[in-house]
Design a protein around this ligand. Structure first.
Ligand SMILES: [Fe+2]
Ligand SMILES: [Fe+2]
Length: 187
């Protein structure tokens, strides 16, 4: 088992939880009930999805693959382009919220959620298993330790727990308590 990739997949579980809730609000057009919590959801997208999760992939996982692995590098470059695209969607969602333009909010949330779902599947089913073949146990542990230190300094030791807590709160608020949550562990 690759520890670093397993933790990235764990992040995906938290991301999917928030994407599901945003999609639910968009489908049911219930924005007005959640106006107070949308800024926190946008902060989650900026900090956890863009800076923390995509930051970990781009700063630690992806550089582990040398340029000589050209077909895998091409897939990685494509994922990095998708990270840039998702940042554009987050900015649109932010504008939609600031202007309280519900059409912009709905369209940008729908585009962002479907883009991210596709992106996560591409990573988990295609690219991560290929990257894992290039990481032996020592390389995996080195990535894990370096990234933990780096992320702790940048985001604080309790950041992941806080983001998880937000995802649960947001889900409970919109979908009700007791809804079966997505779990990357299958538990
Ligand atoms: Fe990614
Ligand atoms: Fe990812």
């Amino acid at each position: 088992m690759n520890v670093f990739i397993t933790l990235l997949s764990y992040d995906h579980g938290i991301l999917r939880q928030v994407l599901d809730v945003l999609e639910d609000i968009s489908e049911n057009d219930t924005w007005k009930y959640y106006e107070d919590i949308i800024p926190q959801a946008i902060e989650f997208l900026n900090k956890f999805m863009d800076q923390y999760h995509h930051g970990k992939e781009e700063s630690f996982l992806f550089p582990a693959i040398p340029a000589s692995e050209s077909s895998l590098r091409e897939q990685i470059d494509h994922l990095i382009e998708e990270h840039k695209q998702v940042k554009i969607y987050i900015n649109e969602i932010e504008s939609g919220s600031e202007l309280w333009d519900l059409e912009l909010l709905r369209d940008s949330v729908n585009q962002m959620t479907s883009h991210m779902r596709h992106h996560i599947i591409e990573e988990e089913d295609i690219v991560f298993p290929r990257i894992a073949e290039h990481l032996d146990r020592d390389a995996d542990m080195a990535l894990f330790e370096e990234s933990q230190k780096y992320m702790e300094v940048r985001f604080g030791a309790s950041f992941l727990a806080e983001m998880e807590q937000f995802a649960n709160q947001f889900q409970n608020r919109v979908m009700g308590e007791g809804v079966i949550k997505y779990s990357s562990s299958g538990a």
